[in-house]
Write a protein that binds this ligand. Structure first.
Ligand SMILES: *[C@@H]1O[C@H](CO)[C@@H](O)[C@H](O)[C@H]1NC(C)=O
Length: 200
């Protein structure tokens, strides 16, 4: 009997504390931010690059709020923006003096592939944002098609710079840039795939 009443008074104190102390809303906020972050972690873990994924999207956790749709859209925008800046760096690199013929040719190919990739991700983003007309499944299939075409182009660029004939600093720079783009596109594609599959 004593035990029950003491635990009763403990809960009473807890309840009073819950309703009177201001940190309560802060605690609730903390709890929901943990849930939002856990959601990002779970989705990132099912991609091929969980660490890069989490590093990229955890800062958007509060905005994404556990919504697969917002995460999928955000991931496409991140891929799009990274592709845009890759395109800028490649164009800058291309103007560098003293490029070997072979490097210049591989770089030229990459500039074209990355430009195609940018257009494809843009189409993917546009499909994602469509609301009327097509069914969800049909629209998502277009989103997937364009994102996967973009990834193919990025991999083609990467392959051109994997050959041993192309060597040195330019190769390292291009590989670093294209790898990031390709990994972020791959992450976006797996998020989109999972989102599309979950809704079907
Ligand atoms: C992508 O770039 C646009 C334009 O610069 C910017 O408004 C947007 O916030 C960026 N999105 C992400 C997810 O980086």
């Amino acid at each position: 009997m004593k035990k029950i009443s003491s635990s009763f008074s403990m809960s009473a104190i807890f309840i009073i504390a819950m309703f009177t102390s201001p940190p309560c809303s802060a605690a609730r906020k903390l709890l929901s931010s943990e849930t939002d972050t856990a959601f990002i972690k779970t989705w990132c873990d099912s991609t091929s690059y969980p660490d890069l994924c989490f590093a990229t999207f955890s800062s958007y956790a509060a905005e994404i709020k556990g919504s697969p749709q917002i995460l999928a859209t955000k991931s496409l925008f991140v891929a799009l923006n990274t592709t845009r800046s890759a395109s800028k760096s490649f164009n800058k690199l291309r103007k560098k003096q003293g490029l070997k013929t072979r490097e210049a040719a591989a770089l030229q190919d990459c500039v074209e592939e990355i430009s195609d990739s940018f257009d494809e991700i843009k189409r993917s983003v546009a499909e994602m944002g469509e609301s009327g007309g097509k069914s969800f499944a049909f629209r998502m299939s277009d989103v997937q098609t364009w994102a996967s075409a973009a990834l193919t182009d990025e991999n083609t660029c990467m392959d051109g710079f994997s050959e041993t004939a192309v060597d040195g600093a330019v190769k390292d720079k291009v590989r670093t840039v294209i790898e990031k783009v390709a990994h972020l596109t791959s992450i976006s594609l797996s998020i989109v795939n999972r989102y599309a599959g979950a809704k079907n």
